[in-house]
Design a protein around this ligand. Sequence first.
Ligand code: SOE
Length: 382
Amino acid sequence: MPQLKPLNIGLVGYGFMGRTHSNGYKRVNDFFDLEYRPILKAVCGRSEANAKAFAEKWQYESYETDWKKLVARKDIDAIDICTPNDSHAEIAIAAAEAGKMVLCEKPLARDMKESLPMVLAVEKAGVKNTVWYNYRRAPAVTFAKQLIDQGKLGRIFHYRANFLQDWTISADLPQGGAGLWRLDAASAGSGVTGDLLAHCIDTALWLNGSITTVSAMTETFVKERKHTLTGKVEPVGIDDACAFMCRFENGSLGLFESTRYARGHKALYTFEINGENGSLKWDLHDLHRLQYFNYGDEGPLRGWRSIHVTDSDHPYMKHWWVPGLQIGYEHTFVHQVADFLQDLASGKPTSPTFREALETQAVCDAVLDSAEVGQWQTVVPA
Ligand code: SOE
């Protein structure tokens, strides 16, 4: 077995996403034949005790408490950003200027204004970059992309997506701080639009092309929450729910809805796309299945088929178990690492790049602007 080339990872942030990414780095070479092996060189976080504990648990070789030191280290090749959204830009720009590859958790940043300099920085430095919109790499979603690209659906008429949760209904839940920064507009930039709809928009742009115009409404159901960091009751600046309609460049119509107030739904990301010759449906709670309706089927047999995307000729699946045995959420991150390493070896960009993720950001900005002014907005790409 030839010696694999090391790719030294410096991870910033050790929360939920720090765990999903670390798991991806650790497992990838067990399942994929690659030229590179990620080495867990260092994890960085402000609390020394937490950084040390994370390093021990996940077997990082070292830890830092200042991301600037991590970025300056000569033994780090790639900086992976898993911190709250308000710190993505500063870290990514510094990492690019230091010549490091940059992998950034979604969304790219809080808004377009903050995201554009990140794109320019990685492009100027010529460093490899990607944004972790992981759901693209659920095999059933990648399979949907293949079917659409093969023209199986024909002309597209409709795209609709939902991302429903229920974890912020209690007015007693504070905003801000570890775990709850997603409720704090200063940290997150926005609420469900940047956190959840960004996923739906990324997938939609990938599957169905650019969105040109949007008309949105948002609501903040709980208008004041105690702030974890100040201890004071403060106004809530995020959108708790957002719904928008839109037009795609290919002439199809889109409908999107997201909320954290849909009692009973934990992470119900669904999308459906309807074309002249067929339709596709996907549901995160049943993520290994793709529903397909083919208008070309023989009349009496026509109906939705539920494809169990676990065969070796389905995307990514030949690397896992045997046909019929499914994989799950964590594997989408393993796939992103595998693609990143494969593209690194062949000198190709890894989608979505910062530039591609900027388009998602442009749609999010247009959605929030539209909700604020109560009018249709044109999506303004950079
Ligand atoms: C929010 O609850 C969240 O964790 C998002 O931040 C993730 O991006 C999404 O995949 C699951 O939900």
